[in-house]
Design a protein around this ligand. Structure first.
Ligand code: SF4
Length: 404
């Protein structure tokens, strides 16, 4: 039976947090206990508290606190959807140093889908998905018209499919190529069928870092302004963070705070998706690379710092199913979807399965001790997944050892 958001989330999460049993790992750690008290009393952590959480030697204290907050907001529910990724083109005028996906226009593997090719990729999945996620490179000649054609044809053939498409830098590129304002670009796309924006391209919202890893992309301010413009038109968006390249811990916390400030004014971020840099085939030899522990800590700290962004995603396409299963006990409440086809992370080295069914997603969540909930793209309709045959075994999460 479909449920609405009030049935699966708690806006009074701070009250619930105050009456929860406090795990020993939180009780015995001054940093975690101080953060818990701040969240209960004012609902928000400071920059300094964020930095302390990133450096605290007890990862277990940080993840346990994040899990408390996640449970105060969503019980043991974990959300996923049935979606498909279809990239529109891999041709890009930029060459971000971490990107393994883009191709030059004359590269033998370069492609740009026309309407028929785009729909051809969707048709085999159309009866079992309700979202198409489309991002691509910054095509040298495409304007907003090419995307309006893709989206209006998709909507004509599959009106039930939600179109989540185009990152902030793609919106900026299309607005320039089409001589339109950002707002008019978004309006044209929305009239053609665009429903929401993914959050890709945020990388780290500190311009000195952006200059080193993605010179030529939108600035931090532009990323936030484009998302703010979408929110003011009623278009929801996600937001992301690419970590493990050349940024510092302070940069990561600054990034979270910039998103939190934006959300305070425009309220349209649905979900935050932190993911680590995958090094294969990319051109960033000085990248620090994130360990499994660091990925988990980043997800936990995101949950604790982003009090006004409801959903924190363990992006299985990037971090893999095992780490995603662990992350749902460390603050994440969402594991993205069935996905079906994905190029950006797989070009960079991801080995995550692309044939995971809805039932397998649900089993993965149950195996981690949580209750699977299928959601729609706008997090407004939910359905608890009851497995026909319960899991015979519960897979205990991998223990990520403490940092000494
Ligand atoms: S990350 Fe996006 S903008 Fe940068 S090179 Fe890759 S496709 Fe182009």
């Amino acid at each position: 039976m479909p449920l609405d958001a009030t049935a699966v989330s708690h806006s009074n999460w701070r009250n619930r947090l105050s009456s929860m049993e406090i795990p020993l790992s939180v009780k015995s750690n001054n940093v975690a206990l101080d953060c818990l008290n701040s969240l209960i009393s004012i609902g928000r952590l400071t920059f300094e508290q964020g930095v302390k959480l990133m450096h605290d030697p007890s990862l277990n204290s940080v993840t346990s606190l994040a899990d408390m907050v996640k449970r105060a907001r969503f019980n043991d529910y974990v959300f996923f959807n049935e979606n498909l990724h279809v990239n529109s083109t891999n041709v890009c005028v930029l060459a971000c140093r971490f990107c393994a996906f883009r191709k030059g226009p004359r590269h033998p593997d370069a492609y740009s889908l026309n309407v028929d090719q785009y729909l051809e990729r969707i048709r085999p999945f159309s009866s079992r998905i309700d979202e198409v996620h489309t991002v691509g490179g910054l095509h040298p000649t495409w304007t907003v018209s090419e995307y309006c054609e893709l989206f209006s044809n998709l909507k004509n053939e599959f009106p039930h499919i939600h179109i989540k498409a185009l990152t902030a830098v793609e919106i900026k590129h299309l607005s320039k190529r089409s001589s339109l304002s950002i707002s008019d670009t978004l309006s044209r796309l929305s009239e053609a069928g665009l429903n929401s924006l993914p959050g890709g391209g945020a990388e780290i919202l500190v311009d000195s870092v952006r200059d080193r890893i993605c010179m030529g992309k939108e600035s931090s301010d532009e990323y936030l302004e484009i998302h703010g413009a979408a929110h003011s038109l009623g278009i929801s968006t996600n937001c992301t963070m690419l970590f493990g390249t050349v940024e510092s811990v302070d940069d990561r916390i600054t990034h979270l705070l910039r998103l939190r400030e934006q959300q305070d004014t425009s309220f349209g971020f649905q979900c935050f998706v932190p993911y680590p840099f995958l090094p294969d085939k990319s051109r960033l030899p000085e990248a620090q690379l994130a360990s499994g522990q660091e990925v988990i800590r980043m997800i936990s700290v995101s949950r604790l710092m982003l009090d006004n962004i409801p959903h924190i995603k363990a992006y299985r396409m990037n971090i893999g199913d095992k780490l995603a299963s662990y992350a749902i006990n460390c603050g994440a409440d969402d594991v993205d979807g069935t996905v079906g086809h994905e190029e950006i992370m797989h070009e960079a080295g991801s080995k995550t399965s692309l044939t995971t069914s809805s039932e397998q997603m649900a089993r993965m969540i149950v195996s981690s001790g949580a209750t699977p909930i299928k959601r729609n793209s706008s997090y407004s309709v939910f359905e608890i997944v009851n497995l026909s045959e319960p899991n015979r075994t519960r897979i205990l999460p991998v223990i990520v050892p403490e940092v000494s």
